[in-house]
Design a protein around this ligand. Structure first.
Ligand SMILES: [Zn+2]
Length: 191
């Protein structure tokens, strides 16, 4: 059993999913649905595993480096769980920072995105949390996070607008204060 499944009250999720199936008019005991509550319980354990992880741990691997231009990790794929509907939102995020003496291992940025995204979230908060975490831990001169995602709660229900995307950004430090620095990082993201 993966570690994240142990810390979740799976019997409670299984009971709740059975109730949902009954409430929508289904028979939770028919063959196709028999294992659904258990599958859904494991799925939520996985999609929310970030609740039990400390993303700061992933920021321990830093290297002293005199490089002082923008570091941009582009097109990091992610998926998260919209906390209003418990439906996925899926997209990519671009994370840039202006180092002040230390840089991160390349995979670390993707790790913290994963940890923070594997929680019930709203896109705006997820964007801000990534930026603020990097700002606090790495103390760079600036952080820029731009996220674009498609929300299942908008594409398959409610207003039903498939193809629509939501873009959020968080700019801190230099990128917030200096329009030229912001324009530079945005050009790198678009280019
Ligand atoms: Zn939603």
């Amino acid at each position: 059993m993966p570690i994240y499944e142990k810390d979740v009250d799976q019997p409670a999720i299984r009971r709740a999913v059975r109730e949902i199936l009954k409430a929508v008019g289904e028979d939770p005991d028919r063959e196709g649905l028999r294992d659904t509550p258990a599958r859904v319980a494991r799925m939520y354990a996985e999609l929310c595993e970030g609740l039990r992880k400390d993303p700061r741990k992933d920021l321990k691997a830093r290297f002293r480096e005199r490089y002082d231009e923008v570091v941009l990790v582009k097109d990091i794929p992610f998926h998260s769980l919209c906390e209003h509907h418990l439906l996925p939102f899926i997209g990519k995020v671009h994370v840039g920072y202006l180092p002040s003496g230390q840089v991160l291992g390349l995979s670390k940025v993707a790790r913290i995105v994963d940890t923070l995204a594997h929680r019930p979230q709203v896109q705006e908060r997820l964007t801000t949390q990534i930026a603020e975490l990097l700002n606090r831990e790495l103390k760079p001169k600036g952080v820029a996070v731009v996220m674009e995602a498609s929300h299942a709660c908008m594409t398959i229900r409610g207003v039903k607008k498939p193809g629509s995307a939501m873009i959020t950004s968080a700019m801190l430090g230099h990128f917030r204060r200096d329009p030229a620095a912001r324009a530079e990082v945005m050009a790198l993201i678009r280019g």
